[in-house]
Design a protein around this ligand. Sequence first.
Ligand code: CA
Length: 417
Amino acid sequence: MGHKLRRLLQQVLVLVIPLFGYTFFTDRDFAQWQLQFRQLALNNGIQAETFDLAFRGLTPDSKVLRLDAYQPEFSRTTWEYLDKSVSADRLRIGQQKWQEHSALLKKISSRYGVQQEYLLAIWGMESGFGQRMGNYSIMRSMATLAYAGRYERRGFWQDQLLAALRILQKKDVTLSSLRGSWAGAIGHTQFMPLTFERYAVDFDGDGQRDLVNSLADALASTANYLAQSGWKKGQVWGEEVTLPTDFDWAQADPVNWQPLAYWSGQGVQLVNGNSLADWRDELAFILLPAGYRGPAFLAYQNFRALLEYNNSVNYALAVGTLGDQLRGDRPVVAEWPRFERDLSRYEKAELQELLSAVGYSTDGIDGKIGVNTRAALRRWQADVGLPSDGYPTFDQLQLLREQTEIPFTYSIQEASG
Ligand code: CA
């Protein structure tokens, strides 16, 4: 099959698949599910009164199911994500909010050991400093997804729904305030119900942990979450570095944590020319979000804490650089390879198929670049004489297409997480 036809077919699939993504339901099915779930909730310590209040008049929300079924073909590149997240507007509003809430931020920061600028950055990223907390009923969204969301995720949603019921039962937040994103994220810093239960704190001392109406509670809860995820007091998340031209690119991997003294020995230098830190025992990995042609960073323990908060390298990098720039640091110095675009899910799957076909097994084909695909890609890159940074590009996909002439016959497995 030719590449043009193949791509046309992919596009048709992208258009058609979402139409079958809905689960059709009837009132009776939902009533039956609710009856069973009520028993489960009661067995798990939810009082009948709480359950009946939460479910009074509740119907499934088909819009939530549509949003749940939607999976974009392309994801944003790191620089597109950062352009949007660390915008001039956000920096300006962030500075204003810092002034406005400086006493509160100072108090939270000294209690939990997380610098004020990163708390502000998370607040900005999660809800635009409280402007976009979401107005979906958390009960309705969680019930909808537990009842009819993607099958393999229903257990996850059911646990979130039970947590939301417990939050309501403890009277931390009233039912009418328990609103947020369609996917259940609540309040200024968008905590999922289970995260809320585990990490929320009452910082303003009114006896309730209210992440929607109390900024003090929300920001302190975020600081508490980071502190419990191993945040190191006073340290930064990472720093931009330059790498020597003969750097062994295979070493730049999120699983390769080494002491700073080691990286220093490899010729890694801070981009501002300063020598690497005083804390030479500190472990760090080299992060190349856009491969060897883009900026390079040393990522420290606090980067890992940010990933605990939200397991996305782009997110952690955005929070880190937004916080740095709120503090007055300069933006990222090195140029991003803006001439590149992200491979689509189908192209990533094709890359995996082709790598496997020429003897570099990616251990499965899911359209996502994970540890095994990166490792296979690095081995192939090294063997064909390219820098082995494990970062897939369109040119490399083309080269692999030329190396092989096998038809594109598989389908992508539905993602389970
Ligand atoms: Ca409170």
